[in-house]
Design a protein around this ligand. Sequence first.
Ligand SMILES: [Zn+2]
Length: 252
Amino acid sequence: MNAIKKFAYNYLIPLVGKLNVGKNKFVNVVYYHDIVKGKGESFMRTNKELFEKQMRYIAENGYKTLRFDELDDKENVKFEKKKVVIAFDDGWLSNYTEIFEFMQSLGIKYNIYLTIGEIDKNPDYLTWDLVRRMHDSCLVGFGVHTFTHPHVADMSDIDPKLEFEQADAIFEKELGYQPLDFCYPFGSCSEKSHEYLTTQSRYKRIYTSSMMYSYEQNGRIIFGRNGIDNDETFGVFKAKLNGWFNIWKSII
Ligand SMILES: [Zn+2]
């Protein structure tokens, strides 16, 4: 990024976003992936110390955090200052080993979208036992992230039975309830996939990876989300936390 772009991203977007904060109808969502002890990298890996600093900021500044199931409540799902949904994509093992106790000590709720085919199979991912342990703590909510983590934008490329129905059935068998929160892998989505999921699935909330204002379609909510980037400034993190970056998609 050149100096002008950097300035625009770090200062102008947060300012314009702040002035337009009223365009947010639904609760703000931020997301992470893996949390690592070593050097972080972009959206995919966040350094643990940086993550802890961000979470302490959330706790010390009185933000309310919510689990997915709490969004069934009409009041909870509305946009409100200092209210945020913290989410993690994929189901990385570190979402338990590196952060669970810490989040518990701060009383911060969080959520994980599971790539169902990796759970109990891939050693870098969570196991169902750990998922259940987190679920039983009432601190962590869960959603689905397909079975094989494909690009969903082109619906003709994927097997919806496997990616949605089978993934949901396994989730329900292991956790005892239907998943109502779905996140697109790679943020890969299209008008077609939104239409399919808002009419053919049981998901109430569908999450993209676009920094945009969330909206309703066929009675479901399509969420914009703010990826927290390991390499961005603390000011940008705060702006994303407050829903000020949701303006991004309206101006690019
Ligand atoms: Zn993913």
